[in-house]
Design a protein around this ligand. Structure first.
Ligand code: PMP
Length: 417
């Protein structure tokens, strides 16, 4: 049946989209941390950071359904839902961040950030990490090296190594940013921005030490550019300690993009920024996004903010995540295929390596990911070579779920050798 669907999908959607797993899943229902396939088999979701509060959280479902039944249209009328959402979001952000502009996807939020950064600085140079992903529009795809050689980086883009503490001192990151900015200037390109995912997910999950970002932000500002925090992955409590990944680093970005878990499955995203950066923009140019901040999206995102607080999901992510990392380190000590375990809250990366040479082993990582899928646990792999296991369950993952996860990954490690 899956094979039939894969063929049908290929026939109508074409070859550009990829599915997870050697045996793709046909998921028909989700509830809490569980996903169910067409046969009713339950899969433990240890990957999904869209349904971050658990699949089909009743409060979000109810808010979306209620609003969809009342009004669902474009965004050219006054509506209070979006204002309440903006006020609530801004209350979670540093004081200097005074405006929020709504989009439908993280890509659009980053695209807008770029456009505003170009306008505010008069520059066009952008610095990103070596395996960054910032989205699919042509502008942000040109600063997403993880998309591979099929999407060439712009001539105005420079890359810096991700802050891998095992390979370089933390000061190295800011120094690399300063050098990249100087290289842009040498080529007659004015630096406009440093844009980073503050947990460096596609680079391989680098969350620590939690203070290396501030000097990097200083370095880009000294060169006349802005610091943009891409919070699409770490935002909304994922890191446990804080609502936003950049808060762990004690740095205030000029702009902050957010999306993914913002609507717990409903598409809603945004760019929050220092008000000065958009002043005058309205006179020179306009921005309109038909569905950005529409009433249903606002209802979903408001419900998400309420649930994060009411159910203390951040505290859960912090304690369950810390314990899980500890247990995974104990597992890594017994299975030499596993290397360093990194992360914050419920965002965890584990290196998979050749047991003798300690070289990255993406093939073994793939075997573990697919083995877990057969054991009905869902994770993925990331990093420049695809050798980093990415474990990122819904924030309502309990100690019992973590114990089940450990039991299954251990049996897969035993079976895959
Ligand atoms: N930035 C980061 C760090 C992301 O991980 C993603 C999505 N994977 C995006 C931006 C783009 O978001 P979207 O797919 O909603 O456009």
């Amino acid at each position: 049946r899956e094979r039939l669907l894969v063929g049908r999908r290929q026939a109508v959607l074409g070859p550009a989209y990829r599915l997870f797993y050697e045996r793709p899943l046909h998921i028909v229902r989700g509830e809490g941390v569980w996903l169910y396939d067409a046969e009713g088999t339950a899969y433990l979701d240890a990957y999904n950071n869209v349904a971050s509060l658990g699949h089909c959280h009743p409060r979000v479902v109810e808010a979306v359904a209620r609003q969809a039944a009342e009004l669902a249209t474009h965004t050219r009328y006054l509506h209070d839902g979006v204002l309440e959402l903006a006020e609530r979001l801004l209350a979670t952000l540093p004081e200097a961040i005074g405006h929020v502009m709504f989009t439908c996807t993280g890509s659009e939020a980053n695209d807008l950030a770029l456009r505003l950064a170009f306008a505010a600085t008069g520059g066009t140079g952008v610095i990103v990490t070596e395996n960054a992903y910032h989205g699919v529009t042509l502008a942000v795809a040109a600063l997403s090296p993880s998309l591979g050689p099929g999407v060439p980086l712009g001539a105005h883009v420079r890359t810096v190594p991700a802050p891998d503490a095992a390979r370089q001192a933390d000061a190295g990151f800011a120094a690399a940013v300063a050098a990249a900015a100087a290289d842009l200037q040498r080529h007659g390109i004015r630096p406009a921005a440093l844009i980073v995912d503050t947990v460096f997910s596609s680079d391989g999950v680098f969350t620590d030490p939690p203070d290396f970002l501030a000097p990097a932000a200083e370095a880009i500002r000294a060169a006349g550019g802005l610091f943009i925090a891409d919070e699409v992955q770490p935002g909304f409590g994922r890191t446990g300690e804080a609502m936003w990944g950049f808060l762990r680093h004690g740095v205030v970005p000029d702009m902050i993009s957010m999306g993914k878990p913002m609507g717990n499955g409903y598409p809603v995203a945004a760019l929050a920024l220092r008000p000065e950066l958009v002043e005058g923009f309205g006179a020179r140019a306009r921005y309109f996004n038909t569905f950005g901040g529409n009433a249903v999206a606002a209802a979903a995102a408001l419900a998400v903010l309420e649930v994060i607080e009411a159910e203390r999901v951040q505290a859960n992510a912090l304690t369950v995540g810390a314990r899980l990392r500890e247990d995974l380190r104990a597992l890594a000590a017994r299975f030499p295929r596993l290397g360093a375990v990194r992360g914050a809250g419920l965002f965890i990366g584990i290196d998979v390596e050749h047991p003798d040479s300690r070289a990255p082993d993406p093939v073994a990582a793939g075997r573990i990911v697919n083995g877990l899928r057969e054991a009905r646990v869902l994770i993925s792999a990331t990093g420049p070579l695809g050798h980093v296991l990415k474990i990122r369950p819904p924030l309502v993952f309990s100690e019992a779920h973590a114990a089940l996860f450990l039991e299954r990954i251990e049996s897969v490690l035993v079976a895959t050798g």
